[in-house]
Structure formats: C-alpha cells, structure tokens
Design a protein around this ligand. Structure first.
Ligand SMILES: [Zn+2]
Length: 273
C-alpha cells in the first residue's frame, strides 16, 4: 500500500502539472470508487480546476477552485497515471479526470476511493489521524510524548495512524532497520531510553525523507519520461527481502508475523530494545 513517501512524491509531481488547469471532462467507470452519483461528480468537477494538492497521511487532498475537496486514498494496488490519450495505460481505470489533452487516470482503485467532500467533511474525515512525522512542528520531544504509554511493539506503534500518520508496512520495517531495533521491540522499552528514542526519531525522519525524495516504491511511473517515481523500491533494505543479505552486516533477513502483520528485519544487527 502506498505510504507517505509515495503520496508525497505524487503530490510534488502532480503539482507541477495539474494546478489551475480547467477540468474539461470526467469519466467514472466504477461508481463505488466515488461517494456521489456519477452525474453529481461529473457536474461538480467539469469546468472546475484544482488549485492545490495537499497530502495528509496516506491521502491526497485535491483542493478545487469552488472550495470542495477530492480526497484520494489508494489503499492496496491503487495508482495514478498522467498522460495523453495516446499514452493511456493498458489497465482498467475507475475514474478519469480530463484536463484538455491530458488526463489523470485512477487505476487499481478496488479498495481505494476518490471522494468529493466539503472542507468541513474533509477535516472531520482526517480528525482521528495522528500528526505528520515530517511536519515542521514535529521534534524529538513531541515524538517521545506520542510514544509514551503505548503498549505493543515498535511495528504496531509505527503503523498506527492514530499515533503518527502516513507510515505503513514497508516504512515501519525500514525505520526499525535504520534505528537498529527489531520491529518486535516493546515501545515502552524504547521510550524509556532517551538514546533509543532519539535513534528512532532520526531513523523515522531520514527514512521518510530519503524515500520521498527518491520517489517511493510505486511500480509504475506517474507519466512518460518519469524516472523518479519508484526509484526507492530497489533501495529498501529489509522490506520484502526475506532470505536476502543484509546490506549493513551481511546477516540474512528474516520475516516474522507481529500481531498479524508481516515484518522483515536482520536478526544480526537489529536488537530487541
Ligand atoms: Zn544486518
């Protein structure tokens, strides 16, 4: 599932192309993807334009010129493509938003959604999310206070959207690796040590920043000629690398289940807190 870095990469690239462009048409192939009737959706969007793209957790929020929002969550398997009719991806699309000769294609939205909302509804939908890990107001002290009193493991804490928003299965493992901590470590034990908390905080910041600037791990470019999107895929150190060699110590990466979630780690250089 796309996480903060993937969506941040999309936000950056899309902002270079779609802002202030007139929406000339909309195609809805799967009404379940949206939250209104196709007629209402098409009428609201056509003739409108997107003036700003925001990311919150794993969502993209497209701000429309009329004050409404389009809230996108890709969930599992969702992706975007920006291109002309000639460049149309060879995949079924659920929604297409046309901007003159270019179209934003929404692909793989089986579980994902694109909802039309007022700003108030958007705010309410995001109300339960924890703070953004890369927000300017985030710091080590605040991070420690978020973890304080949390039971459970490092893995379950990092993927809990109510505690910190935007981290999922892949980056929780990458962050744990960067911090030299096992995903099964007890959060309580980490937060009781200022040194471990600091290590974890810096690992979170550096992994998410690096992955976002390297385009995340998406499997398909966002547009033709886009060599950035997905570049981080080959740089994942442990995620989905069971049996491979640890790039840090030469150990063998293992896969475990932690409360129903798969986690990858190196048993040689990652330690239990
Ligand atoms: Zn290792």
């Amino acid at each position: 599932m796309p996480e903060l870095p993937e969506m941040e990469n999309y936000r950056t690239l899309l902002s270079e192309h779609i802002l202030d462009k007139l929406i000339t048409g909309v195609v809805v192939n799967r009404e379940k993807t949206i939250n209104t009737t196709t007629d209402v959706f098409v009428n609201e969007l056509t003739g409108n334009c997107i003036i700003f793209v925001e990311r919150r957790a794993k969502h993209l929020i497209f701000h429309l010129a009329n004050g409404k929002r389009l809230v996108l969550h890709l969930m599992l398997g969702g992706m975007l493509f920006w291109g002309t009719e000639d460049e149309r991806p060879d995949r079924s699309t659920q929604v297409e938003i046309q901007f003159g000769d270019h179209t934003l294609f929404f692909i793989g939205l089986r579980l994902g959604y694109l909802h039309l909302m007022t700003s108030k509804e958007t705010e309410a939908a995001m109300a339960d999310l924890g703070p953004e890990p890369l927000d300017r107001r985030m710091n080590q002290e605040r991070f420690a206070s978020l973890l304080k009193g949390r039971r459970g493991t490092l893995k379950t804490t990092l993927v809990n959207q109510h505690i910190i928003a935007g981290i999922g299965n892949c980056y929780s493992d990458e962050i744990a690796f960067a911090a030299g901590l096992r995903p099964s470590s007890k959060t309580q034990h980490i937060v009781s040590s200022p040194e471990l908390t600091e290590r974890l905080y810096h690992a979170m910041q550096s992994v998410l920043r690096e992955a976002a600037s390297e385009g995340g791990y998406m499997e398909m470019p966002l547009m033709q000629g886009d060599s950035k999107t997905g570049k981080f895929d080959e740089q994942c150190r442990v995620y989905d690398r069971e049996g491979e060699t640890c790039p840090r110590c030469g150990g063998t990466i293992e896969r475990v289940e932690i409360t129903g979630k798969k986690a990858f780690f190196c048993p040689k250089c990652q330690h239990e807190a």
